[in-house]
Write a protein of this length. Structure first.
Length: 254
């Protein structure tokens, strides 16, 4: 008869397995069966893999996309033997997994629905780079031809690349030296949520000011921005505009 095996959580040995994922083995059998904690950084991914003997997964905290399912705290998923999926953390997450056989990594195309999912992370990187350089052509090219942009400041959304470009042009004209800083990013298979701040210098002699923003972005099957909603801290914006020199204030109303 074997003996009980206790692993206190604070004594777990964590191994970095790459792509924002760490694993802490809790039980490992000679035949490859085992139980482990999996910790995902926000945006961390596990490449497509097969479970020859199936898998039991319990989410302790956070939110995970496993294949085409979204799991939250206290959700349980049993994957049947032979099942194939990938995984992605929509926020920092901790899960407990148990497998009777070792997993087998497979080609990305073998993961159900993998072909149809756009790479939102790569799109966000290109979008952020275009925004940082204020490249209007590059920004609008990343929006769907019939996409929409809604800056939630008591105004209606605009639709189409030309109108979206005009709206961003007005913002860049208002603050030519505009910069930004990202605080937190949540990625999903066809969306992202960006917690960020605009950094502006309203006028000579005025210290740089921050305006907190939140972007909700949905991505279409072609990997383009279908809809972007930007919410702005109105109090911080009003303070920046109050400090703005008169010629620049007019640009916001164009």
């Amino acid at each position: 008869m074997g003996t009980d095996h206790l692993v206190p959580f604070d004594e777990a040995k964590w191994l970095d397995v790459g792509d924002g994922v760490r694993l802490a083995p809790l039980r490992a059998e000679p035949d490859g069966a085992g139980t482990a904690y999996l910790h995902f950084d926000a945006g961390g991914t596990s490449a497509p893999h097969r479970h020859p003997g199936g898998e039991d997964l319990y989410v302790i905290s956070g939110r995970l996309r496993v294949g085409d399912r979204i799991l939250g705290p206290q959700d349980f998923l049993h994957t049947v033997p032979g099942g194939v999926h990938d995984a992605e953390a929509l926020e920092e997450s901790l899960a407990l997994v148990s497998v009777p056989e070792p997993i087998q990594f497979v080609e990305h195309s073998e993961a159900p629905g993998a072909e149809a999912r756009p790479d939102t992370g790569a799109l966000l990187e290109r979008y952020s780079a275009a925004f940082a350089t204020k490249d209007l052509d590059a920004i609008t090219a990343l929006h769907a031809p019939d996409g929409s942009f809604w800056l939630h400041l008591d105004e209606a959304p605009v639709r189409g690349r030309a109108a979206i470009g005009e709206r961003f042009a007005a913002v860049f004209a208002l603050w030519p030296e505009l910069d930004f800083v990202t605080h937190r990013t949540l990625l999903g298979p066809d969306f992202w949520v960006l917690d960020w701040s605009i950094l502006v210098s309203p006028a000579l002699g005025v210290d740089r000011m921050g305006i907190d923003c939140l972007d909700l972005v949905t991505v279409d099957e072609a990997g383009l921005v279908a809809r972007k909603d930007t919410f702005v801290d109105g109090t911080q914006l009003a303070a920046a505009l109050d400090a703005q020199v008169e010629p620049r204030t007019a640009a916001l109303d164009r």
